[in-house]
Structures are given as C-alpha cells and as structure tokens.
Write a protein that binds this ligand. Structure first.
Ligand SMILES: Nc1ncnc2c1ncn2[C@@H]1O[C@H](COP(=O)(O)OP(=O)(O)O)[C@@H](O)[C@H]1O
Ligand SMILES: [Mg+2]
Length: 357
C-alpha cells in the first residue's frame, strides 16, 4: 500500500469518468477539455460519478489558470505558503496530461542540468555524446511527450538558472549543442511553476521570464467558514487513508483552531475589536490541517477517541512557537487577552497553560 498515491492514481476513477463524458473541445495534446479539467478541480458530477472538489475558492481563478495553460504562456501560481499552489498544480497536471510526476523541485543549489539534461558519464566516455548517453530532465521529457511539467518553488532557483526557461518557453525548443540538434516540444507541453511570495532568500523573477508566465495568485481563504470547510474536508480525506474516523476531529475543535490561526495571522480578533501581535510562523490553512490531523491521531491513540482541548493544545504549541524568543510572548499574550476571556474556551485555556507553565 502506497503512503501517498499521485493525484492521477488516487482519482483515476474520476478522471476516466470525465474522459468518457467529455464532449467539449480539447486543446491538442490534452486528455480532457478545459471544461472537464475545471470540473475535476472544482467538483461536480458526470453521469452518476461524483467528482470531489479538490480546490475550494474562486472558480474564476481556476478557469484563468486552465485557460492560460491552453495558450502558449506558462502558468505561475503565486501566494503565501499553504494556499494550495502545489496541490492545484499537481491536480492540473494530472487532469491535463494524465500524470503529475514530471517535477523539478526548485532549490538554491539547483544546476541547469535539472532543467535541461545531464549525461550518463559511463556511456559518454564509452560512446561519446549520443542521444543514448543523455539523461533528460523532467522538462525535456515533458517537451518530448507533450505533457505538463511542474516547477516547484521557482523563485528559490538562482536567477541565471531560471533564465534557462526563457528560450524554452518562448521558442518551445531546447538546443542540444553537443549533438548539434534541438528538442522541439510536442503539443500539450507547458509549465506550471509555483512560488511563495513570502519566502526568505528568494530570487526575483527576471522581467524577461515573468513575461512568459501568466500569474494567478491563490489567496488565503476569505472567511472563517470557508477555511473551516477546507480544513474539515482535507482532514476527512487524510483520515480516511490513515483509518482515523471522522468523529475524531469534531467540527467545534476545528473551528476553534482555525479561529486562533486567523486571529494571530490577521493581527486582530475575528470581531475586529482587539489588536493582536502575530507570531513568526506562517499559520496557513495547510498548517491548520496538519495540527488537526495530529490532534486526531493523539485522540485516537492516547485520548478518548475524539480530539479535545488537550489534544488541540499540544498541536497548537508546536505550530505557533517556531521562534521561541519572540513567539512565546505573543502566544502567552493571546492566551491571556483572548482565550481566557472567551466564553466556552476555559478548557482550552487551561490545557494551553498547563503546557506553557
Ligand atoms: N483553498 C484550498 N482548497 C483546497 N485545499 C487547500 C486549500 N488551501 C489549502 N489547502 C490544502 O493545504 C495543503 C497544502 O497545500 P500546498 O499545495 O502544499 O500549499 P503551497 O504549495 O501553496 O504552500 C493541501 O493539502 C491542500 O489540500
Ligand atoms: Mg508548495
């Protein structure tokens, strides 16, 4: 049993139902029409098969993202950490190309090879430069196969390496000077890049490269209810794979957690009455999902089966106290100013105090 199946494996049944029902026009090289891709991401129903929503948020954003990929421009998903950039890009690739595994993880140490090609040195020495001796990057493989390639954390890649993508995106070719030839991309090839706009040590995108991308900004959830809904949905899905019952993560506890995250993130209480200090950690939706998930696991294995204030408190501390010198003060102030005074939250106040004292 695989720990984490790829999107195209986990949702194979949805993708084939959509493919069977799809009568809308498909761009060359796409497995599904833009309409079917949008239905796959946002949810719906085709011929009795329920399509689960993967992304919760504005429909228009997803439509713009999909429409971009059907043109000759690449797609850049931008946003603060935990806004589902990676998640959306995986599902887009799965729906459009049938696979999400052509992936380059952007890091500061990445070399051009990772975006172009490398060499199998044993072969290179034995046979000299030949197509056989080449080790194609995921980008090259995607050009050859006419598939979507994902580049994660584009702005962590040094600027001069990023610029490798310029020719590739404007000419849709990759020169191979060693073999005196070039690779021409097949229809269906495109790039989805993701980047955090609140990352330390980022490399700005050069304006030449930025022009090759259409940017779609994925926002943080607007309302408390929306965010609670996202967290609950993802927790249920994660719980299913780990056999944690849905009842282990009661909605009331999820709502408390999301409220705390939002208040600390926004620097004010939900009713807008009190100003608060924010901790250094990015308290994202994704982080909320893992805190609930952890609480659920604590409750099932060591508690009474349903996440309560104690289980929640343990996860909260871990998520919020990332920089011990600064965050502890912020957190204690929040506990005293908000949690202690809020009706029905005394159990949580005690549980958190027991951990910090
Ligand atoms: N609006 C949303 N809709 C659905 N899932 C979301 C949303 N926001 C966050 N998530 C969840 O958060 C988790 C982490 O998202 P991820 O794609 O890794 O974030 P990013 O790449 O933006 O840092 C995913 O499991 C995803 O399901
Ligand atoms: Mg990401």
């Amino acid at each position: 049993m695989i720990i984490r199946p790829h999107a195209e494996q986990a949702y194979a049944h949805e993708l084939s139902a959509l493919q069977a029902a799809d009568t809308h026009p498909k761009p060359q090289g796409w497995l599904l029409s833009p309409w079917a891709v949008a239905t796959y991401i946002l949810g719906g129903e085709v011929e009795g098969q329920v399509i689960e929503p993967k992304y919760f948020g504005q429909r228009r954003l997803i439509e713009v993202a999909i429409a971009t990929l059907a043109t000759d421009r690449a797609l850049l998903l931008l946003g603060v950490p935990g806004t589902a950039k990676t998640w959306v890009s995986e599902h887009l690739a799965a729906a459009i190309s049938g696979g999400s595994t052509l992936l380059v993880q952007g890091t500061a140490g990445i070399a051009e090879d990772a975006l172009r090609y490398g060499w199998n040195y044993a072969r290179l020495l034995a046979e000299g430069p030949s197509e056989n001796a080449m080790v194609p990057s995921p980008v090259m493989a995607g050009m050859n196969a006419g598939k979507i390639v994902r580049v994660e954390e584009l702005t962590r890649i040094p600027a001069e390496v990023q610029d490798t993508l310029i020719t590739l995106l404007s000419e849709k070719t990759m020169p191979v000077p060693e073999l005196n030839t070039e690779i021409q991309a097949q229809q269906g090839f495109n790039i989805i890049a993701t980047a955090n706009d609140r990352d330390k040590g980022v490399n700005e995108l050069s304006s030449a490269l930025r022009r090759r991308f259409n940017t779609v900004v994925l926002p943080l959830p607007q309302s408390l209810e929306e965010e609670v809904n996202i967290v609950q949905n993802r927790v249920v899905a994660l719980g299913n794979t780990l056999r944690l019952p849905e009842s282990a993560a009661p909605l009331a506890e999820i709502r408390r957690l999301v409220t705390i995250f939002r208040e600390l993130r926004n620097g004010k209480t939900e009713d807008g009455k009190a100003k608060l200090k924010s901790p250094s950690a990015t308290l994202s939706t994704a982080e909320a999902i893992s805190v609930v998930h952890q609480g659920q696991s604590l409750a099932v294995h060591f508690g009474n089966g349903a996440m309560n204030a104690q289980d929640l408190a343990a996860g909260l501390q871990g998520a919020i106290l990332k920089d011990p010198t600064n965050d502890l003060g912020v957190w204690q102030e929040y506990l005293e100013q908000v949690v202690r005074k809020r009706e029905g939250w005394q159990d949580l106040y005690r549980a958190c105090k027991d951990l910090t004292d």
